[in-house]
Design a protein around this ligand. Structure first.
Ligand SMILES: [Zn+2]
Ligand SMILES: [Zn+2]
Length: 155
């Protein structure tokens, strides 16, 4: 399993290309999402965008996130802790770290054989699928982190 090292920067879809007017807030929100791979929550996006646009409201951020999802420029993923947003709109699998909560993109290929198995069993038409992996990310499983965790557990 490989972690995608960096966001693909090839041929970015533009706001205008998806029929959305370019406002400063919308531009800032999309830029922020494209500059990160942490799959952030709306609150996180709000905190980041507010540094650039101090007058932006959380409501504006929510509304624009929904519009960007509706236009296909972002993908919303339901998460127990609230929705998270992803500027990587290709179908891909995710790894969620159960310790730090970070969500990583994975390059594991999509397996079309799964579609072929699921479809006849259910009678459903499968368009695509995504798999969710859970565990500890490399940062959280490093010996240093483990030592710290052990020390905390003893304290
Ligand atoms: Zn982690
Ligand atoms: Zn992703």
């Amino acid at each position: 399993m490989r972690i995608i090292p960096k966001k693909r920067s090839a041929a970015r879809e533009t706001l205008a290309g998806r029929g959305l007017r370019t406002t400063r807030a919308r531009r800032a929100i999309l830029d922020q999402l494209r500059a990160t791979d942490v799959h952030p929550t709306a609150e996180w996006v709000f905190r980041q965008v507010r540094r650039r646009l101090p007058r932006v409201s959380l409501g504006t951020v929510y509304r624009n996130l929904r519009q960007l999802v509706g236009a296909g420029l972002l993908v919303e993923r339901p998460d127990p802790g609230g929705s998270r947003f992803d500027a990587n709109t290709s179908v891909h699998h995710h790894f969620t770290c159960v310790r730090c909560g970070r969500v990583y993109d994975l390059t594991e290929p999509i397996n079309p054989a799964l579609h072929a198995r699921v479809a006849p069993r259910t009678g459903f038409t499968v368009h695509y699928h995504r798999m969710e992996f859970y565990g500890r990310c490399a940062n959280c499983s490093s010996p240093r982190t483990r030592r710290r965790a052990a020390w905390r557990a003893r304290a």
